[in-house]
Design a protein around this ligand. Sequence first.
Ligand code: CAO
Length: 418
Amino acid sequence: MSLPLEGIKVLDFTGVQAGPACTQLLAWYGADVLKIERPGVGDITRSQLRDIPGADALYFTTLNSNKKSLELNTKTPEGKKILEELIKGADILVENFGPGAMDRMGFSWERIQELNPGLIFGSVKGFGENSRYSDLKTYENVAQCAGGAASTTGFWDGPPTVSGGALGDSNSGYHLLIGLLTALIDRQKTGRGQKISVAMQDAVLNLCRVKLRDQSRLERVGYLEEYPQYPNMGFGDVVPRGGNAGGGGQPGWVLKCKGWENDPNAYIYFTVQDQNWARTAEAIGHPEWANDPEYNTAQARQLHLFEIFEEIERWMADKTKYEAVDVLRKYDVPCAPVFSMKELAYDPDLRESGTIVEVDHKVRGKYLTVGSPIKFSGFKPEITASPILGEHTDEVLTGLGYTPEQIAELRAKKVVSA
Ligand code: CAO
């Protein structure tokens, strides 16, 4: 089956998560993605959090499926020459090294344009080029703290808290991906490439836009009525941490179900939807609340919200999270069980849709990983294993016209793996 990005050549100079998440999607959708890695070392995640001695860690395999791997020391004269040749034949180059590393290696944006004016160059850094923090190396949680996620996540009586979702890493990679695809379409019209820069701080803030909205609302009216702090705890001059409160116009909370004493995930998320209040009240055994002025408007309910949540928990005390949702779905209540990672890993629907897949790996054997969360009517991406370090070194160099003798010489000089 022909895939949409077939024929697009990507040089993947990425590591850890932000960059690899971006290029993995390009690879899933058909691009020829070549990971360029330091000889003998490779992407640092190959060896981080290893669960099988000597095998690539799941950290690496989860982010690098469907790619090829070239071991190449791009700081040697021979390595630079090979990289130059690769750049001349590529469509996209993606990197997420620490600030300044590409320039120090001799591949500034100006130099890249000289080599290939049609090349699209994608770059992830922690902070924008004009930022006073632009020199900082950045990991996931650093970005979550710098982009507003941590100060607005958690409970009001606890410290800033980071999310389990990769708001800094994969999210930045996906922002970059949108930029790369936009630039590809632009290149069809202009013939020219361009540089796309994504700062992790910006990508996190972009996802925290409702909190930025709340800051403006707070400054105008002095309170945020959907936060648990309203009306009794009061507000300062910054958006507070709202626990599990709903971020939109509909209040919600994480509520206990049967078994919560022993099961850390025996909970559901329950949303009180204004336009569905009469049916919600009926579902939880209080049909009389539908017309009671103490409860029948969003404003009135706000004062009773935690009383309502307690009542729902009482109603759910003899119901598992699945049973509760099965009743509530009949009344159109927006809700879901809180699923553990174990439940998700073995979820038959997610397996069937290809959101979670098992892949065969030369060294590891079968491993579980994510598949495409984006579904296309025209094709279904097939997820293949991540490459072994340097698996495609000979293939790539031969393709560039190097003879076996020349490749052996490069090996002897440690330009490629020994
Ligand atoms: N051949 C020769 N040298 C290579 C090479 C290759 N194939 N590939 C990488 N290198 C070199 C780089 O040129 C760089 O050298 P210098 O620093 O001497 O110029 C070095 O290896 C790697 O530098 P680094 O800063 O990327 O690596 P690090 O492990 O110290 O930092 C990280 C990692 C992620 C903190 C940093 O890369 C970073 O801040 N990246 C930008 C933000 C980002 O994407 N973070 C997301 C990471 S996921 O949590």
